[in-house]
Design a protein around this ligand. Structure first.
Ligand SMILES: [Zn+2]
Ligand SMILES: [Zn+2]
Length: 439
């Protein structure tokens, strides 16, 4: 078969299994679980991969699952990833009434599309025509949430990092992966269906504790040290830094107070805050982070309180590999209209796939078929064909391009790729931004 015929046969197979692929996504949607707890979705993926005669490995980085399909010919290994975790949005009508968990970031779509790729490549027999290997990875914990729970996992020695891909990299699951791809769903305006080559911010996460001194709020406030006032001044200090953030760094600092005091007639002595410090480059993140720390410390200093800042490595900015994007775009243009495709976009949110993109060639397009912003009550699928089936076909077709003819394309991209970091440098970087500052 020539390349066109292989792609056609893969797409026909995906079409024949359309209902199955969508059902996988809907099943996961009905059973949302937060990061490092996604055992329902992982079990479902495991069953579906095994139904394709693949050998699975489960509980990778706590709750992930993976399986590899070999072509039988030498060549690179390309990972197709799907994220398993939900977010919390109590306001969404389909949210789990107890936990508030809901797939309002469309990760159920990613997993279904990943399974669509597996079904398309394997059931069509396409892998026999290609070289190398494709690894299907259902990955945990993309959303950087429930920091206290993840701290517990870390204390128990189950994880080192809060992000699933950070953990997979650390544990060596990407050591033998030469390239990676995945998608995110996105509400797109004006009938657009695909955005290719978008960039995103990286960030550092922070837990902050202001430590004051309790006192009777009515009869002896002068004997207290008000930790809430320290936090309030710190937030204002952060706001006055904003004019110093370079426009091109797209800095985002968005603190929340998670504990404002204990009881109203006692001067607050223990006030907690969480924030991210996001920017477009590592230098930009470090610069903004230094200013935020200065602001926090100054808030404490002003009222005579103490502050404890715990720095948690967040995610790296999202990079992209133009050669992979270009293959994906050509495939998109072969099945949807050119004017439904957007090249390049500027996102200020963060993705832990950014970390992967610093190490190996990586592709992360955004796919429509949904309405409502991510993480909100409005998020919903309106066009299952576009949301689920289109990305399955486009990723599978791009894999055919990469691995056809002895994996010529993939090998050329890998040969020219200059990673921003080695794994060792990456792990050293994560360590360099971990730690506690006490003033
Ligand atoms: Zn999200
Ligand atoms: Zn997401």
């Amino acid at each position: 078969m020539n390349k066109m015929q292989i792609k056609q046969s893969v797409c026909e197979t995906i079409d024949q299994n359309r209902d199955k692929i969508i059902a996988i996504g809907e099943d996961i949607f009905k059973h949302p679980q937060l990061g490092y707890k996604e055992f329902y979705a992982a079990q479902l993926v495991k069953q579906e991969l095994e139904a394709l005669d693949l050998t699975t490995e489960e509980k990778i980085a706590v709750s992930g699952v993976r399986a590899r399909k070999e072509s039988g010919k030498p060549g690179p290994t390309i990972a197709v990833m799907g994220e398993l975790d939900a977010i919390i949005c109590h306001e969404h009508e389909a949210a789990d009434p107890e936990t508030g968990a809901i797939h309002a970031c469309g990760h159920h779509v990613q997993v279904a599309a990943m399974m669509g790729v597996a079904i398309g490549l394997i059931k069509s027999g396409a892998m026999d025509e290609l070289a190398g290997q494709v690894e299907f990875m259902a990955v945990p914990a993309e959303e950087f949430v429930e920091l206290a729970f993840r701290n517990e996992l870390r204390d128990e020695g189950k994880i080192s990092y809060f992000g699933g891909k950070q953990e997979l990299i650390k544990q060596g699951y990407l050591d033998e992966i030469d390239m990676a791809m995945m998608i995110h769903s996105l509400n797109m305006p004006d009938g657009k269906k695909v955005i290719i080559g978008g960039t995103g911010n990286g960030f550092i996460g922070k837990n902050v504790q202001f430590i004051g001194k309790e006192a009777h709020a009515g009869s002896a406030p002068e004997q207290g040290v008000n930790a809430l006032n320290a936090a309030m001044i710190a937030i204002n200090n952060i706001h006055v830094q904003r004019e110093t953030f370079p426009d091109q760094e797209r800095v985002r600092v968005h603190p929340i107070i998670t504990k404002g005091g204990d009881i109203v007639n006692v001067v607050p002595a223990d006030v907690r805050m969480e924030t991210y410090v996001r920017a477009r480059t590592i230098e930009g993140i470090k610069d903004a982070n230094m200013k935020v720390n200065r602001s926090l410390i100054a808030g404490a200093y002003a009222v005579g309180a103490n502050v404890k800042i715990t720095e948690i490595p967040g995610y790296l900015p999202l990079l992209h590999t133009p050669e992979m994007d270009s293959l994906f775009k050509d495939n998109a243009a072969s099945i949807i209209n050119e004017d439904e495709i957007v090249m390049g976009a500027d996102f200020t949110g963060s993705f832990d796939f950014g970390d992967v993109s610093h190490l190996i060639p990586a592709m992360h397009p955004f796919i429509g078929g949904v309405v409502g912003n991510l993480h909100t009550r409005e998020f919903a699928i309106v066009d299952p064909e576009t949301a689920y089936i289109l990305p399955a076909k486009l990723m599978a077709m791009t894999l055919v391009d990469l691995l056809f003819d002895g994996a010529k394309e993939a090998n050329a991209i890998i040969k020219d790729f200059k990673p921003e970091m080695t794994k060792e440098k990456y792990l050293a970087f994560l360590e360099s931004i971990s730690g506690v500052i006490e003033k």
